[in-house]
Write a protein that binds this ligand. Structure first.
Ligand SMILES: [Zn+2]
Length: 296
Protein backbone atom coordinates (compact mmCIF):
# COMPACT_ATOMS: atom_id res chain seq x y z
CA UNK A 1 0.00 0.00 0.00
CA UNK A 2 1.20 3.48 -0.87
CA UNK A 3 0.46 6.84 0.73
CA UNK A 4 -2.22 8.64 -1.29
CA UNK A 5 -0.63 12.01 -0.60
CA UNK A 6 3.14 11.50 -1.06
CA UNK A 7 3.25 8.04 -2.68
CA UNK A 8 5.60 6.67 -0.01
CA UNK A 9 5.45 2.93 0.64
CA UNK A 10 6.28 3.59 4.29
CA UNK A 11 2.65 3.03 5.36
CA UNK A 12 1.44 1.17 8.45
CA UNK A 13 -1.94 0.32 9.89
CA UNK A 14 -2.35 2.80 12.76
CA UNK A 15 -5.63 1.47 14.17
CA UNK A 16 -8.18 -1.25 13.62
CA UNK A 17 -11.48 -1.08 15.46
CA UNK A 18 -14.82 0.64 15.58
CA UNK A 19 -14.83 4.32 14.70
CA UNK A 20 -17.34 7.14 15.08
CA UNK A 21 -20.12 7.13 12.51
CA UNK A 22 -21.78 10.56 12.44
CA UNK A 23 -22.47 12.35 15.72
CA UNK A 24 -20.89 11.47 19.07
CA UNK A 25 -21.85 8.08 20.52
CA UNK A 26 -22.57 6.39 17.19
CA UNK A 27 -20.15 3.81 15.85
CA UNK A 28 -19.55 1.66 12.80
CA UNK A 29 -20.86 -1.91 12.99
CA UNK A 30 -17.59 -3.31 11.66
CA UNK A 31 -13.95 -2.60 12.40
CA UNK A 32 -12.25 0.00 10.24
CA UNK A 33 -8.53 0.22 9.50
CA UNK A 34 -6.83 3.59 9.72
CA UNK A 35 -3.49 3.91 7.92
CA UNK A 36 -0.63 6.29 8.57
CA UNK A 37 2.20 7.39 6.33
CA UNK A 38 5.47 7.55 8.25
CA UNK A 39 6.91 10.02 5.73
CA UNK A 40 4.27 12.77 5.43
CA UNK A 41 2.26 11.90 8.54
CA UNK A 42 -1.20 11.76 6.98
CA UNK A 43 -3.75 9.33 8.47
CA UNK A 44 -6.66 8.00 6.42
CA UNK A 45 -9.20 5.24 5.90
CA UNK A 46 -10.15 3.64 2.65
CA UNK A 47 -13.36 4.82 1.04
CA UNK A 48 -16.41 3.86 3.10
CA UNK A 49 -19.03 5.85 1.18
CA UNK A 50 -19.40 7.80 -2.05
CA UNK A 51 -18.65 11.35 -0.95
CA UNK A 52 -20.37 13.25 -3.76
CA UNK A 53 -23.79 11.70 -3.26
CA UNK A 54 -23.41 11.74 0.50
CA UNK A 55 -22.96 15.51 0.78
CA UNK A 56 -25.51 16.43 -1.90
CA UNK A 57 -28.39 14.83 -0.02
CA UNK A 58 -29.50 15.37 3.58
CA UNK A 59 -27.80 12.15 4.77
CA UNK A 60 -24.64 13.85 6.04
CA UNK A 61 -26.23 16.66 8.06
CA UNK A 62 -28.86 14.35 9.50
CA UNK A 63 -26.22 11.83 10.52
CA UNK A 64 -24.00 14.46 12.15
CA UNK A 65 -26.46 17.01 13.50
CA UNK A 66 -29.89 15.36 13.32
CA UNK A 67 -31.38 18.29 11.38
CA UNK A 68 -31.24 20.15 8.06
CA UNK A 69 -33.33 23.15 9.16
CA UNK A 70 -31.83 26.57 8.39
CA UNK A 71 -32.59 27.94 11.87
CA UNK A 72 -30.90 24.92 13.49
CA UNK A 73 -27.83 25.48 11.32
CA UNK A 74 -27.37 28.96 12.81
CA UNK A 75 -27.90 27.68 16.35
CA UNK A 76 -25.14 25.12 15.81
CA UNK A 77 -22.70 27.17 13.73
CA UNK A 78 -23.05 30.92 14.43
CA UNK A 79 -20.67 30.55 17.39
CA UNK A 80 -17.92 29.28 15.06
CA UNK A 81 -17.74 32.53 13.11
CA UNK A 82 -15.71 34.34 15.76
CA UNK A 83 -12.99 31.65 15.62
CA UNK A 84 -12.96 31.80 11.81
CA UNK A 85 -12.41 35.56 11.92
CA UNK A 86 -9.58 34.93 14.40
CA UNK A 87 -7.93 32.54 11.93
CA UNK A 88 -8.11 35.04 9.06
CA UNK A 89 -8.23 38.50 10.63
CA UNK A 90 -10.96 40.91 9.56
CA UNK A 91 -9.03 43.31 7.34
CA UNK A 92 -8.75 41.11 4.24
CA UNK A 93 -12.46 41.07 3.39
CA UNK A 94 -13.35 44.68 2.62
CA UNK A 95 -14.01 45.30 -1.10
CA UNK A 96 -12.77 41.76 -1.84
CA UNK A 97 -14.15 38.82 -3.79
CA UNK A 98 -14.51 36.12 -1.13
CA UNK A 99 -15.29 32.43 -1.69
CA UNK A 100 -16.13 30.03 1.12
CA UNK A 101 -15.99 26.34 0.19
CA UNK A 102 -18.37 24.10 2.13
CA UNK A 103 -20.24 27.03 3.61
CA UNK A 104 -23.48 25.31 4.72
CA UNK A 105 -26.21 27.94 5.08
CA UNK A 106 -23.56 30.68 4.90
CA UNK A 107 -23.44 31.56 8.61
CA UNK A 108 -19.86 32.83 8.27
CA UNK A 109 -20.47 34.51 4.90
CA UNK A 110 -23.28 36.57 6.41
CA UNK A 111 -20.62 38.44 8.40
CA UNK A 112 -18.24 38.74 5.44
CA UNK A 113 -21.05 39.96 3.18
CA UNK A 114 -21.26 43.21 5.11
CA UNK A 115 -17.87 44.36 3.76
CA UNK A 116 -17.04 42.16 0.73
CA UNK A 117 -17.48 43.19 -2.90
CA UNK A 118 -18.72 39.78 -4.03
CA UNK A 119 -19.48 36.63 -2.08
CA UNK A 120 -19.11 33.20 -3.67
CA UNK A 121 -20.87 30.46 -1.71
CA UNK A 122 -19.85 26.88 -2.50
CA UNK A 123 -21.93 24.12 -0.95
CA UNK A 124 -22.87 20.66 -2.28
CA UNK A 125 -26.16 20.33 -0.34
CA UNK A 126 -29.02 21.53 -2.52
CA UNK A 127 -31.29 22.46 0.41
CA UNK A 128 -28.62 24.89 1.66
CA UNK A 129 -27.98 26.32 -1.81
CA UNK A 130 -31.60 27.49 -1.90
CA UNK A 131 -30.85 29.56 1.21
CA UNK A 132 -27.57 30.87 -0.28
CA UNK A 133 -29.33 31.89 -3.51
CA UNK A 134 -31.98 33.70 -1.50
CA UNK A 135 -29.20 35.70 0.18
CA UNK A 136 -27.94 36.83 -3.24
CA UNK A 137 -24.58 35.02 -3.11
CA UNK A 138 -22.95 33.58 -6.26
CA UNK A 139 -23.80 29.98 -5.45
CA UNK A 140 -22.17 26.77 -6.70
CA UNK A 141 -22.17 23.09 -5.72
CA UNK A 142 -18.41 22.66 -6.14
CA UNK A 143 -15.36 24.89 -6.51
CA UNK A 144 -14.69 23.50 -10.00
CA UNK A 145 -18.06 24.93 -11.12
CA UNK A 146 -17.20 28.37 -9.75
CA UNK A 147 -14.08 28.46 -11.94
CA UNK A 148 -16.04 29.27 -15.11
CA UNK A 149 -16.78 32.72 -13.76
CA UNK A 150 -14.30 33.24 -10.94
CA UNK A 151 -10.99 31.60 -12.00
CA UNK A 152 -8.05 33.96 -11.17
CA UNK A 153 -10.59 36.35 -9.71
CA UNK A 154 -10.90 35.61 -5.99
CA UNK A 155 -9.08 37.65 -3.33
CA UNK A 156 -9.81 35.37 -0.38
CA UNK A 157 -10.77 31.69 -0.23
CA UNK A 158 -11.85 30.28 3.12
CA UNK A 159 -12.69 26.67 3.86
CA UNK A 160 -13.04 25.27 7.34
CA UNK A 161 -13.66 21.63 8.29
CA UNK A 162 -14.05 20.56 4.66
CA UNK A 163 -10.76 19.24 3.20
CA UNK A 164 -10.78 16.23 5.53
CA UNK A 165 -14.06 15.12 3.89
CA UNK A 166 -13.08 15.23 0.21
CA UNK A 167 -11.89 12.23 -1.76
CA UNK A 168 -9.09 14.13 -3.50
CA UNK A 169 -7.63 16.87 -1.27
CA UNK A 170 -5.00 17.48 -3.95
CA UNK A 171 -7.71 18.39 -6.48
CA UNK A 172 -9.42 20.47 -3.82
CA UNK A 173 -6.26 22.58 -3.36
CA UNK A 174 -5.83 22.84 -7.13
CA UNK A 175 -9.33 24.34 -7.36
CA UNK A 176 -8.39 26.80 -4.61
CA UNK A 177 -5.22 27.74 -6.50
CA UNK A 178 -7.11 28.27 -9.75
CA UNK A 179 -9.82 30.40 -8.13
CA UNK A 180 -7.31 32.75 -6.48
CA UNK A 181 -5.96 35.79 -8.26
CA UNK A 182 -2.21 36.41 -8.03
CA UNK A 183 -1.65 37.81 -4.53
CA UNK A 184 -4.91 36.25 -3.31
CA UNK A 185 -4.90 34.27 -0.08
CA UNK A 186 -6.58 31.11 1.14
CA UNK A 187 -7.20 29.83 4.67
CA UNK A 188 -7.87 26.09 4.93
CA UNK A 189 -8.68 24.83 8.43
CA UNK A 190 -8.85 21.17 9.45
CA UNK A 191 -8.64 19.11 12.65
CA UNK A 192 -5.25 17.64 13.53
CA UNK A 193 -4.58 14.29 15.13
CA UNK A 194 -4.30 16.25 18.42
CA UNK A 195 -1.08 14.62 19.64
CA UNK A 196 -1.48 15.80 23.24
CA UNK A 197 -4.98 14.30 23.60
CA UNK A 198 -3.97 11.06 21.92
CA UNK A 199 -0.96 10.62 24.17
CA UNK A 200 -3.08 11.18 27.29
CA UNK A 201 -6.20 9.26 26.26
CA UNK A 202 -5.05 6.59 23.81
CA UNK A 203 -7.42 4.32 21.88
CA UNK A 204 -10.53 5.58 23.66
CA UNK A 205 -9.99 9.01 22.09
CA UNK A 206 -9.27 7.51 18.67
CA UNK A 207 -12.49 5.50 18.70
CA UNK A 208 -14.89 7.96 20.31
CA UNK A 209 -13.80 11.17 18.63
CA UNK A 210 -10.81 11.37 16.35
CA UNK A 211 -11.48 8.66 13.79
CA UNK A 212 -14.80 9.04 11.99
CA UNK A 213 -16.38 7.67 8.85
CA UNK A 214 -16.93 11.20 7.55
CA UNK A 215 -13.32 12.31 7.95
CA UNK A 216 -11.39 10.42 5.31
CA UNK A 217 -8.17 12.24 6.21
CA UNK A 218 -6.36 13.59 9.24
CA UNK A 219 -3.67 15.86 7.87
CA UNK A 220 -0.26 16.65 9.27
CA UNK A 221 1.50 19.91 8.55
CA UNK A 222 3.88 18.13 6.17
CA UNK A 223 1.09 16.45 4.17
CA UNK A 224 -0.69 19.81 3.69
CA UNK A 225 2.60 21.48 2.75
CA UNK A 226 3.38 18.84 0.13
CA UNK A 227 -0.05 19.15 -1.51
CA UNK A 228 0.05 22.96 -1.58
CA UNK A 229 3.52 22.83 -3.11
CA UNK A 230 2.40 20.34 -5.76
CA UNK A 231 -0.50 22.50 -7.00
CA UNK A 232 1.75 25.52 -7.47
CA UNK A 233 1.96 27.56 -4.26
CA UNK A 234 5.54 28.78 -3.71
CA UNK A 235 7.27 27.41 -0.58
CA UNK A 236 7.64 30.88 0.96
CA UNK A 237 3.87 31.43 0.54
CA UNK A 238 2.83 28.32 2.50
CA UNK A 239 2.31 28.96 6.21
CA UNK A 240 0.60 27.28 9.15
CA UNK A 241 -1.00 28.26 12.40
CA UNK A 242 -2.18 25.95 15.16
CA UNK A 243 -5.22 26.54 17.34
CA UNK A 244 -6.43 24.68 20.41
CA UNK A 245 -10.23 24.82 20.31
CA UNK A 246 -11.02 22.61 23.28
CA UNK A 247 -10.14 23.86 26.72
CA UNK A 248 -8.44 22.13 29.62
CA UNK A 249 -11.87 21.40 31.16
CA UNK A 250 -12.62 19.22 28.15
CA UNK A 251 -9.40 17.25 28.56
CA UNK A 252 -10.07 16.78 32.30
CA UNK A 253 -13.63 15.69 31.46
CA UNK A 254 -12.24 13.00 29.18
CA UNK A 255 -9.93 11.79 31.95
CA UNK A 256 -12.73 11.66 34.52
CA UNK A 257 -15.68 10.36 32.48
CA UNK A 258 -13.89 8.69 29.55
CA UNK A 259 -16.29 10.56 27.28
CA UNK A 260 -16.20 13.68 25.11
CA UNK A 261 -18.54 16.59 25.70
CA UNK A 262 -18.50 16.43 29.50
CA UNK A 263 -16.29 19.38 30.31
CA UNK A 264 -15.18 19.78 33.91
CA UNK A 265 -16.22 23.11 35.35
CA UNK A 266 -14.44 24.14 38.48
CA UNK A 267 -13.34 27.40 40.08
CA UNK A 268 -9.78 26.14 39.74
CA UNK A 269 -10.08 26.18 35.95
CA UNK A 270 -9.71 29.90 35.42
CA UNK A 271 -9.39 31.69 32.11
CA UNK A 272 -5.68 32.13 32.83
CA UNK A 273 -5.16 28.39 33.27
CA UNK A 274 -7.21 27.65 30.16
CA UNK A 275 -5.24 30.19 28.14
CA UNK A 276 -1.94 28.61 29.23
CA UNK A 277 -3.20 25.18 28.13
CA UNK A 278 -4.31 26.51 24.75
CA UNK A 279 -1.33 28.73 23.97
CA UNK A 280 1.20 26.09 25.04
CA UNK A 281 -0.53 23.38 22.91
CA UNK A 282 -0.47 25.75 19.95
CA UNK A 283 3.17 26.76 20.45
CA UNK A 284 4.30 23.14 20.67
CA UNK A 285 2.16 22.23 17.61
CA UNK A 286 0.17 19.70 19.66
CA UNK A 287 -3.15 21.57 19.27
CA UNK A 288 -6.37 20.19 17.80
CA UNK A 289 -6.70 22.48 14.76
CA UNK A 290 -4.39 23.61 11.97
CA UNK A 291 -4.94 26.38 9.46
CA UNK A 292 -3.03 26.26 6.19
CA UNK A 293 -2.48 29.81 4.99
CA UNK A 294 -1.43 30.08 1.36
CA UNK A 295 -0.86 32.96 -1.03
CA UNK A 296 -0.80 32.67 -4.82
ZN1 LIG B 1 2.72 10.23 2.80
Amino acid sequence: MRCKICNSSNVKEEYNGLIRDGGLGRYTKKNVSMYRCADCGVIWHEKIYKADEYYQTDTYRNSLEGTIKESDFYKLHDKESLAKLTYTGTEIYRDSVVADIGCGCGAFLDYVNGVAKKVVAIEPAEFYREVLNRKGFYTYSYAREAKDRFANNVDVVTSFDVIEHVESPQDFLLDVYELLKVGGRAFIGTPTETPIMRSLLGKMYDMKLLFSTQHIWIFSKESLRMMADKVGFLPQNIKFKYYQRYGIGNMLGWLKFQEPKKDIQNDFITKTLDDVWKRESEKQELADYIVLEIEK
